[in-house]
Design a binder for this molecule. Structure first.
Ligand SMILES: [Zn+2]
Length: 225
């Protein structure tokens, strides 16, 4: 019994030592990254990790810094960033809050972290990965003015026409870089988990393209789906 207890204590102490080592290693890595980061990269990183929108998170990262007035001013002061540059970064990464809002719990599992997810999202062409309609063409159909074609009868659901994140193989049930593409609301909704990718492309995509072309009154910009 004593041996068992001793063994357990030893095991716990080993786990603690390992945890400390990992933590130290992480801090070193983070510091190294910190040295190499440009201010623009730092802005992107801080925004993605929510540091510029939460005083608590910012102070966690910089325990010795007192956040005065606003986090933005503290950040600019700390890293000698000019207001104009800061505003440029803000504009460049203005899509971060929107893309972050798409990073739901089940996507977190497959994409592991927000930086991977954001970089993946930004690399995606702004077209439906099935029928090829572009985000711009979708906006025309889902416009807020009198030219609005979709949704039918002015319904509110899916009223923005934004490209959605779609799992190509929904039986895999996983959101990750390989299994995801952007898709229009119609392809995403209609394919659902009832039709597989090959059959969708072969049998339904040509019809989807025709439908969109009839609503737009012209051919889709993308010649192929
Ligand atoms: Zn589509």
């Amino acid at each position: 019994m004593l041996n068992l207890w001793g063994g357990l204590q030893c095991h716990i102490s080993l786990v603690k030592q390992t945890q400390t080592l990992i933590r130290e290693e992480l801090n070193v890595t983070r510091k190294n990254i910190g040295v190499r980061m440009t201010n623009e990269e730092r802005y992107k990183d801080y925004m993605l990790r929510g540091l510029l929108t939460s005083k608590e998170l910012y102070m966690d990262e910089h325990p010795s810094v007192e956040v005065k007035e606003t986090i933005a001013k503290t950040f600019m002061g700390q890293f000698n960033i000019e207001v104009d540059d800061y505003n440029d970064y803000r504009e460049t990464y203005s899509d971060i809050p929107y893309i972050k809002s798409k990073f739901t719990k089940n996507r977190e599992e497959g994409f592991s972290d927000i930086v991977t997810f954001y970089n993946w999202y930004k690399k995606q062409p702004q077209v439906c990965g099935y029928c090829g309609i572009s985000q711009g063409e979708l906006r025309e159909l889902f416009t807020k003015d009198e030219n609005k074609k979709l949704p039918l009868n002015g319904a509110k659901k899916r009223s923005s026409g934004t490209l959605e994140i779609e799992r190509i193989d929904s039986s895999e049930n996983e959101y990750n870089e390989k299994n995801c593409i952007l898709a229009c609301p119609l392809c995403n909704n209609a394919k659902s988990n009832l039709i597989d990718e090959d059959k969708w492309r072969e049998l339904f995509v040509p019809g989807m393209r025709k439908y969109y072309e009839s609503l737009l009154g012209r051919n889709l910009k993308n010649l192929k789906s």
